[in-house]
Design a protein around this ligand. Structure first.
Ligand SMILES: *Cc1c(COP(=O)(O)O)cnc(C)c1O
Length: 413
C-alpha cells in the first residue's frame, strides 16, 4: 500500500503527509502514482492474454495528470459528458480510446464524440439512437454503437449507486433490446459493436456480476441469431474497494467470473473507484474542538464541499492522524464536521480519536468521487491536488483563487 505509517507518521510513497500539508496547506487532496498504476495493472494482469480493454471511468477522478498516466499504461476511458470528452483528449487520449456512456447525451456531445472518432457510444434509449443516427448521417460518419441494457440485477449496494434495476433511469430493458438491435443494424450510419451494461458501484459480491454475465450472454445469442455480429461485451465498472471492513473480490476472481464470456468477444470493463479510490486521501486540519452537552465535535477545514460522500450516501471514510497525537491530545469520541452551514455537513461520525486544535488528519480512500464532486458552496475555493511519484511531489492543480470563484460574475448597471 502506498499510504502507510512509519515511526508514527502517515506517509505516501515514503513522503510524510504532514510535509505535504505544511507545503501546500489544507484541505488538500494527495494521490499516489504507484497506487494508481498498481490498481490499473492488477486488472490488466488478471486478464492475461485474454482479449480485453480497460476503460477507466473518468467521472471517478478526471485530473489530467492522472488520466495521462493511465493513458501511458494503455488505458482507454469511459466518459459521460462533453466535458469529459474534452478533458481526456487534452490528457492525450485519442477518440478510439473512448467509450461514451450516459443517459442524456446532448446533440452537441454526440456530434463532438463522432468528430473525435470515439470508439463506442453506449446508447441508452430509442430516441437517443434516432438522434445519433440523424447526426451520423448528417456528418457522414459511421457511429460505433453498443446498447446499454438494464439487466434488472440487484447489485446489493447503496440505492443511490445501484443502476441496473428495472426502476433505475439507466439502460434499456432486456426485452426491448432485440428490437432495437434489429433497428440499429438496418440504419446506414450506425455500426453495431457490442452490448454494454453497468449495474452499480461499490460491488463487493460477485454473484450479481455472474448473473449479469449470464443475462448479457443470453441476449448476445439472441442478437447473433438475427444475423447481427457483436465484437465486444462491456460489463461496466463497479468493483468495490475497502473503506472500512468490506471484502471486495480479488481482481483474479472478478476476471474469472467474466471469463464465462466466450473468447470470440473482447471483454470491456469500465472501473473507476477501484482504480483511483485508495490512491488518494484528503488532508484536513482541525480548526476547533467544540464540546456540546451531546457531542464532541472536531471542526475541520474540510467539509462536504470537498468530500460529499458521507453527507450524500452516509459513506464511511477512515480517519488517520498524520502525526502521533502528543500530550495535548484529548481522547474522545468525535464527530468530524466542516464549516459549511448545513447539518448534513459531516465527514465522519463517532470516531475514537485523540485530537487537539491544529491536528492534521487524512480522510482515507478519497481518490474517487472526492475532488470531482467538490463544489464551491459557501464560496469555498476547491483545494489543490498533489500527486506523489516516488520521492517527487507534484502539484497537479493549485488551490482555486477567489477570482476563480466570482471573477466571471458581473453586477448590472
Ligand atoms: C460510474 C460508472 C462507472 C464506474 O463505476 P465505479 O464504481 O467507479 O467503478 C462505469 N461505467 C458507467 C456507465 C458508470 O456510470
Amino acid at each position: 500500500m502506498a499510504f502507510h505509517r512509519a515511526h508514527g507518521r502517515l506517509m505516501v510513497e515514503g513522503v510524510p503527509l504532514s510535509d505535504i500539508a505544511e507545503q501546500f496547506g489544507t484541505p488538500a487532496y494527495v494521490y499516489s502514482r504507484a497506487q494508481l498504476e498498481a490498481n490499473w495493472k492488477a486488472y490488466n494482469t488478471a486478464f492475461g492474454t485474454r482479449a480485453h480493454r480497460i476503460h477507466y471511468a473518468v467521472k471517478a477522478n478526471g485530473n489530467l495528470a492522472l488520466l495521462n498516466l493511465l493513458k501511458r499504461l494503455g488505458s482507454g476511458f469511459d466518459i459521460v459528458s462533453g466535458g469529459e470528452l474534452a478533458r481526456v483528449l487534452a490528457a492525450g487520449a485519442t477518440g478510439a480510446d473512448l467509450v461514451f456512456s450516459g443517459v442524456g447525451k446532448s446533440r452537441t456531445e454526440l456530434r463532438d464524440a463522432l468528430l473525435a472518432g470515439v470508439g463506442c457510444i453506449n446508447v441508452e434509449s430509442a430516441p437517443e439512437l434516432n438522434r445519433l443516427a440523424g447526426l451520423a448521417a448528417e456528418l457522414g460518419i459511421e457511429a460505433p454503437v453498443a446498447f446499454r441494457i438494464n439487466p434488472d440485477v440487484d447489485p446489493g449496494t447503496h440505492p443511490y449507486i445501484s443502476t441496473g434495476l428495472e426502476q433505475n433511469k439507466f439502460g434499456i430493458p432486456m426485452r426491448e433490446a432485440p428490437a432495437l438491435y434489429r433497428e440499429a443494424a438496418a440504419l446506414p450510419f450506425i455500426r453495431v459493436k457490442g452490448i454494454a451494461c453497468h449495474i452499480g458501484s461499490q460491488l463487493t459480491d460477485l454473484s450479481p456480476i455472474a448473473d449479469t454475465v449470464a443475462r448479457v450472454l443470453a441476449l448476445a445469442s439472441e442478437i447473433e441469431a438475427m444475423g447481427i455480429a457483436l465484437e465486444h461485451l462491456d460489463l461496466g465498472g463497479g468493483l468495490g474497494i475497502r473503506y472500512k471492513d468490506e471484502q471486495p473480490p480479488a481482481h483474479a476472481d472478478y476476471v474469472r467470473v467474466l471469463s464465462a464470456i466466450p473468447d470470440r468477444y473482447e471483454i470491456h470493463i469500465e472501473p473507476g473507484r477501484s482504480i483511483v479510490g485508495d490512491a488518494g486521501v484528503l488532508l484536513t486540519t482541525v480548526e476547533y474542538l467544540k464540546q456540546t452537552p451531546a457531542r464532541h465535535f472536531a471542526i475541520c477545514d474540510a467539509a462536504m464541499t470537498e468530500l460529499i460522500r458521507p453527507a450524500l450516501y452516509e459513506a464511511w471514510h477512515g480517519v488517520e492522524l498524520l502525526e502521533a497525537p502528543g500530550e495535548s491530545g484529548v481522547a474522545a469520541t468525535y464527530d468530524l464536521v466542516g464549516p459549511v452551514c448545513e447539518s448534513a455537513d459531516f465527514l465522519a461520525h463517532e470516531r475514537e480519536l485523540s485530537l487537539s486544535a491544529g491536528a492534521r488528519l487524512a480522510l482515507m480512500n478519497a481518490g474517487a468521487y472526492g475532488f470531482v464532486m467538490a463544489s464551491n458552496y459557501n464560496t469555498r475555493p476547491r483545494p489543490p491536488e498533489i500527486l506523489v511519484d516516488g520521492g517527487a511531489v507534484h502539484q497537479i492543480r493549485p488551490r482555486e483563487r477567489m477570482t476563480d470563484l466570482f471573477g466571471m460574475e458581473r453586477p448590472i448597471p
